[in-house]
Design a binder for this molecule. Structure first.
Ligand SMILES: *[C@@H]1O[C@H](CO)[C@@H](O)[C@H](O)[C@H]1NC(C)=O
Ligand SMILES: *[C@@H]1O[C@H](CO)[C@@H](O)[C@H](O)[C@H]1NC(C)=O
Ligand SMILES: *[C@@H]1O[C@H](CO)[C@@H](O)[C@H](O)[C@H]1NC(C)=O
Ligand SMILES: *[C@@H]1O[C@H](CO)[C@@H](O)[C@H](O)[C@H]1NC(C)=O
Length: 501
């Protein structure tokens, strides 16, 4: 063979090798960026929520090591949903891009929100779930996921935002943790925008309301009493009159004893159903989503319009006191319809899976007022990509400053909903293309309702911090207004008193 004929074939060989290599490389990158991270989010959750799971334990160590690396590599947002979200609506752009820009380097002076957290003793937080630190240890070491005590399981999880928010603050001082730089914990309260009170009030209500043995009052009552005393003694509380304090009281029955005394604080709540307006209102408080109990349907598995055989789905307790009368009325209106699933029974245990499957096979999911205006059903529907139909006049919705619920929810006045034939006429009138638009939007916003650790840009924890920061300027306004006379009065008083003596 002459040299001339060898050269092109060798050249061709190199060319093919190089292009194959590039092809493989690019597909690897594509895969990485389209999924949330190297580690699926669900694995993380499993580890945290259930440490008894043996198979997952070996992974924990490698995850820890990979985490900082991960955050520097995965500069793209969490999932494809978020990308779509950022592009499609300007309102949300700030949040997504915010998290992205500041992810590598969370400098306290750059953080959206500087938060001072009281070092309350463990009996107020992790101690409630049986965590015992070493002597004098107030917090678990959050840099080691294996050492983080899991929150109580089952329906307790609905109100677990107290846990996720506290974990996020604790991790905010760990370098390169790969969380968004929305809230950062500062050690000096004078430098803080807000003061976080780490009391797990919902868990305290759910797990410690019973009076045992010789106790005069329950642990839940005792802790609330102690908390009020503690707060009223703090300079931070006195300085602001409590206006800049954040108290999480998501379970409607949590903090019942203390809420009236602490009403100046900003509450993180499910709704205002059981609060007088002067204690809790939309001006000063934050509505946080329930943590959904059904699993999030991956976008790829979500069934389109024609594959959802059930028109309307509702599963829940039907006979409710207070605002819940409407459930009965709707039950009698809908029970005989063929494509309507309207059934008794709250969802527990095995029922969660069935309910999840039911919602994922339904076009519309009803969220009807019960004994409180809100319930986790709305968030279960969102996680199942089932278009929520809200029939609850008193409901308040999370992040309504950012989200336009009419894009993916149908809200019906309850006086209309109980008119014979109204609901079905309305829902049957929503055609495939209209429904599909709402379904697409649901898939884009579903991650706003995801609680997880470490927090990610645009998830529930991040969104709650954003909501708090939106209120921060009105908090400052209140504090300044309240202090308007205080300084001059101090000066005048001391001089005036000197003179008169
Ligand atoms: C715990 O705190 C007490 C009082 O502040 C101190 O005397 C003791 O040495 C501390 N123990 C440990 C193990 O740090
Ligand atoms: C944790 O895992 C164990 C064993 O896999 C299981 O029996 C238990 O129900 C799980 N607990 C929770 C809260 O999921
Ligand atoms: C806390 O911050 C304030 C204001 O920046 C400062 O005057 C004070 O000395 C700081 N306190 C501590 C203990 O560092
Ligand atoms: C619901 O409709 C009734 C009667 O049409 C009306 O009086 C009421 O204000 C409406 N409520 C809301 C929340 O729109």
């Amino acid at each position: 063979m002459s040299e001339k004929s060898i050269f092109p074939s060798r050249f061709l060989f190199y060319l093919i090798t190089i292009s194959m290599f590039l092809l493989i490389l690019s597909s690897v990158f594509l895969l990485e960026f389209s999924s949330s991270s190297f580690i699926p989010r669900s694995v993380f959750k499993l580890i945290l929520l259930n440490r008894t799971s043996v198979y997952l334990k070996p992974n924990i160590k490698s995850e820890q090591i990979e985490l900082p690396f991960l955050s520097s590599v995965a500069k793209t947002p969490m999932n494809s949903g978020e990308v779509a979200c950022q592009r499609s609506s300007s309102g949300k752009e700030k949040i997504g891009s915010f998290g992205q820009q500041k992810r590598k380097n969370c400098d306290p002076s750059q953080a959206l929100l500087r938060v001072y957290m009281y070092d309350l003793p463990p009996e107020f937080h992790f101690g409630l779930m049986g965590w015992k630190g070493k002597a004098n240890e107030t917090w678990p070491d959050v840099s080691k996921p294996s050492q983080i005590p899991p929150y109580a399981g089952g329906l307790n999880l609905q109100h677990s935002m107290e846990y996720w928010l506290t974990l996020d603050l604790l991790s905010s001082n760990t370098a390169n943790f790969g969380r968004p730089c929305s809230a950062i914990r500062v050690k000096n309260s004078s430098q803080a925008d807000v003061i976080f009170v780490p009391f797990f009030s919902s868990l305290s209500y759910n797990r410690h309301s019973k009076v045992h043995g010789k106790e005069k009052i329950s642990v839940n009552k005792m802790l609330q009493k102690k908390l009020v005393q503690f707060l009223e003694d703090q300079d931070e509380w006195k300085r602001s009159g409590g206006h800049d304090h954040i108290i999480v009281a998501h379970h409607p029955n949590s903090m019942v004893d203390a809420r009236n005394k602490l009403g100046s604080a900003m509450f993180v709540l499910a709704d205002f159903g059981r609060y007088p307006t002067e204690i809790a209102n939309i001006e000063k408080d934050i509505i946080a989503p329930y943590m959904h109990v059904v699993r999030t349907i991956p976008s790829g598995e979500s069934l389109p319009f024609e594959k959802r055989p059930i028109l309307v789905y509702f599963q829940g307790a039907i006979y409710r006191k207070d605002g819940g009368v409407i459930r009965q009325e709707l039950y009698y209106l809908l029970k005989d319809e063929k494509d309507v699933h309207f059934a008794f029974g709250s969802i527990r245990g095995d029922g969660v899976k069935t309910a999840g499957q039911g919602m994922a096979s339904s076009k519309f999911c009803l969220n009807i007022a019960g004994d409180t205006p809100s319930s986790n059903r709305l968030f279960d529907a969102i996680a199942s990509h089932c278009v929520p139909v809200i029939i609850s006049d008193e409901i308040e919705l999370p992040y309504e400053d950012v989200l336009d619920y009419s894009e993916f929810c149908i809200t019906i006045n309850s006086s209309d909903a109980v008119k014979k034939g109204f609901l079905l006429y309305l829902l049957r009138g929503i055609k495939q293309d209209q429904w599909t638009k709402m379904w697409e939007r649901l898939k884009e916003i579903v991650h706003y309702f995801q609680y997880q650790y470490p927090s990610q840009p645009g998830d529930a924890v991040d969104m709650i911090w954003h909501a708090v920061s939106h209120k921060a300027s009105s908090i400052r306004f209140k504090i300044h207004r309240q202090n308007r006379y205080s300084r001059s009065q101090l000066m005048v008083n001391s001089k005036f008193n000197e003179k008169s003596h």
